[in-house]
Design a protein around this ligand. Structure first.
Ligand SMILES: Nc1ncnc2c1ncn2[C@@H]1O[C@H](COP(=O)(O)OP(=O)(O)O)[C@@H](O)[C@H]1O
Ligand SMILES: [Mg+2]
Length: 431
């Protein structure tokens, strides 16, 4: 049995007319639109989505701070949608929460902030002191016990937030954008602390974020929430290496170095010559050594011109751009042979075709796209391309439409990284 089980959860809010009064005429807005999800005991689960996707609403449903419109939510086997106030208080004691803005009491010291949940839970004073000392040790803030929040850095405040959330030894910790107000270095420290909470205390953690890097460095599984629906779910490795939905592709592009855009490809082509191909390597697929061996077997020399191998959840994932040097016919034969065994995409169409790049550039972000993306100059030597490698028009349109539909997140770059993923999906679908 999963620790958290959501089945067909729907949450609607009344539509608001001008002046913020609920409008009787307009239909209610489905902010959570039929979400089903299992979070297993002991895991770190990532929930990713743009601003307004419904993440915080979903969190409020899980800890029963807001009632569902329909559907079922079970936490540790208890149907939370049916609980009365007293039982709800009990439930919430077993669920810790941390927030983007820390939500500490500014009038209380760190010690006082940690004491608060213990006071509410009716913990005897002597026990409170022992527990607070334990918590301060765990988060490394013993020397700050008598400081006020305003005397702490952002990272220290969030460590207090985590300690406070853990005070009553919850089985589940909900971290809603817990690192969104922090700089990258502090983010790393806080995420490391969340991993320790999970590994050392066995606490199940749901990490809610709009940053894929946060998911990548903490979670084992992830669900992508878009406009109140889960559009994709799976292991972090699978989602990073085989994103199926354009929204996921967009997020992955922010955390895994994407295939270069048309402008960069044209420059690579001009600099290195040869035929540019993108190759995606996974642990369960053709190894890098075998790939180079096969190419060599066709009389081709392969030059690595971009990309590399990354670590995702302790497994390697490679996204390489190779310049293949050799006989044109041999290149064609090698691509035909390898396309069934590894994701290999002929990049020649993207490198030379300004029209393709323009088609991939969604209308709403065209102005912000790097100048080269919309108007890639042809390389000095335009490589020839097999017609089969050109992206199907429907796919291009679908990618552009999906991209245009994704609401902008503050630090998710707009769409230039999206084209790479449909290209890879196209080859996989053909294979
Ligand atoms: N109490 C509410 N009444 C009406 N609309 C709400 C309420 N709470 C959230 N919403 C709307 O629900 C959508 C999702 O909000 P939220 O869950 O905060 O998204 P996220 O956390 O993913 O940014 C937004 O469009 C927001 O305006
Ligand atoms: Mg939110």
């Amino acid at each position: 049995m999963a620790l958290v089980e959501l089945r067909d959860v729907v949450k609607t809010f009344p539509a608001r007319a001008e002046g913020r009064k609920a409008s009787k005429a307009a239909p209610p807005i489905r902010v959570i639109d039929g979400v089903s999800l299992d979070v297993e005991e002991g895991e770190i689960f990532g929930l990713i989505g743009c601003s307004g996707a419904g993440k915080s609403t979903l969190v409020r449903l899980i800890n029963a701070l807001a009632p569902v419109t329909s559907g079922s939510i079970r936490v540790a086997g208890t149907e939370v949608t049916a609980l009365r106030e007293k039982e709800l208080r009990q439930l919430r004691r077993g669920i810790g929460m941390i927030f983007q803005q820390f939500n500490l009491f500014s009038s209380r010291t760190v010690w006082g902030n940690l004491a608060y949940p213990l006071e509410i839970a009716g913990t005897p004073e002597a026990e409170q002191a022992a527990r607070i000392s334990e918590l301060l040790n765990f988060v490394g803030l013993v020397d700050k016990a008598h400081s006020y929040p305003e005397q702490l850095s952002g990272g220290q405040k969030q460590r207090v937030g985590i300690a406070r959330a853990l005070a009553t030894r919850p089985r589940l910790l909900l971290a809603d954008e817990a690192t969104s107000a922090l700089d990258p270095e502090t983010t790393g420290e806080v995420l490391a602390l969340l991993r320790r909470v999970n590994a050392e205390l066995g606490t199940t953690v749901i990490v809610i974020t709009h940053e894929m890097e946060v998911v990548r460095s903490t979670a084992s599984r992830v669900a992508v929430l878009d406009a109140g629906q889960i559009v994709e779910e799976g292991s972090v490795y699978d989602l990073f290496t085989r994103p199926r939905h354009p929204v996921t592709s967009k997020y992955v592009g922010t955390a895994v170095r994407p295939t270069p855009d048309a402008d960069a490809l044209a420059k690579l082509s001009a600099r290195h010559g040869g035929r540019l191909v993108a190759v995606t390597l996974r642990e369960d697929g053709l190894s890098q050594g075998k790939l180079f061996g096969r190419l060599y077997g066709h009389g081709l020399e392969a030059e690595l011109v971009h990309g590399g191998v990354e670590d995702i959840q302790g497994r390697s994932f490679g996204r390489l751009v190779l310049a293949l040097h050799g006989d044109e016919a041999a290149v064609g034969e090698a691509l035909a042979e390898l396309s069934g065994q590894v994701e290999i995409t002929d990049l020649a169409p993207l490198a030379v075709s300004g029209a393709t790049a323009a088609a991939l550039s969604p209308p709403n972000v065209a102005d912000e796209a790097p100048a080269g993306l919309a108007a890639a100059p042809p390389p000095a030597e335009a490589p020839r391309q097999p017609a089969a490698a050109v992206l199907p028009e429907g796919l291009v349109a679908a990618a552009a439409a999906a991209c245009a539909a994704v609401p902008a997140c503050p630090d998710v770059p707009a769409c230039p990284d999206v084209p790479a993923a449909p290209a890879l999906v196209a080859v996989e679908a053909a294979a």
